[in-house]
Design a protein around this ligand. Structure first.
Ligand code: ACO
Length: 202
């Protein structure tokens, strides 16, 4: 498996790949400031396309960067699921997703492409999570929550049933979201309130 990215998120993804006894075939980064990453030689991402392989994971936590690279590569990529993840058989998951340790994803959840479900997060029945979303560690999504493309739900946030969160929004760490959130909104606190809007071109 090839890993694109050489930051903290990539370290955790590499651990998951190794937990399945799969080999790390190469690590690739846009800015190779060091010759190695962990124990692996660091390769320049600009040369990755020439490999023409679908055995890769985009291990970059930033949702916009992950989307740009996914659009550049245009091939399906692997999904990485930690062995401790509790995944309902009815979950539908797109390409390039990462589910980290101790995540729970319950019945009829639909997850798009290149989504991160981070450690100890809980995604309950019938949630719909669009492409390039990041659900941070310890997040709790109740049933029937909808999350739009590119949104980042911060560590420890909670979302009550049926709430719809728009695209490229940010939910602050520890927020309790009890109302729908518009596109690009940044929401913090309990109950969650909008403090500003992201300036993102998607
Ligand atoms: C494995 C991993 O590491 S996964 C990564 C997980 N990362 C996260 O969970 C990060 C989540 N990010 C946050 O919570 C951030 O604080 C954000 C995105 C909500 C806001 O960040 P910024 O845009 O830099 O806002 P800034 O720090 O200037 O704060 C603006 C105001 O909101 C308040 N605020 C910021 N974050 C929060 C929060 N989580 N809860 C309550 N209030 C908050 C600040 O106190 C400040 O209030 P003030 O104007 O009265 O002083």
């Amino acid at each position: 498996m090839h890993v694109i990215g050489a930051g903290g998120h990539a370290k955790v993804v590499i651990d998951i790949i190794k937990s399945h006894n799969n080999k790390i075939e190469g690590v690739w980064a846009e800015n190779c400031i060091t010759p190695t990453f962990l124990d692996y030689p660091l390769n320049n991402y600009s040369e990755f396309k020439q490999l023409n392989t679908h055995r890769f994971i985009i291990a970059i936590g930033n949702n916009q960067v992950r989307k740009r690279i996914a659009n550049e590569l245009m091939t399906s990529s692997a999904e990485i699921v930690h062995p401790s993840c509790s995944l309902s058989a009815s979950v539908v998951m797109g390409a390039g997703c990462v589910c980290m340790a101790n995540t729970t994803i319950n019945a009829d959840v639909v997850i798009g492409d290149h989504v991160i479900i981070n450690s100890n997060a809980s995604v309950d029945h019938d949630c719909k999570i669009a492409n390039f979303v990041h659900i941070s560690p310890q997040v709790g999504l109740a049933g029937n929550v909808t999350i739009g493309e590119g949104t980042h739900v911060g560590i420890g946030a909670t979302v009550i049933p049926g709430v719809k969160i728009g695209k490229w929004a940010t939910i602050g760490a520890g927020a309790v979201v009890i109302r729908d959130v518009p596109d690009y909104a940044v929401v913090v606190g309990n109950p969650g309130k909008i403090i500003k809007y992201n300036k993102i071109e998607d």
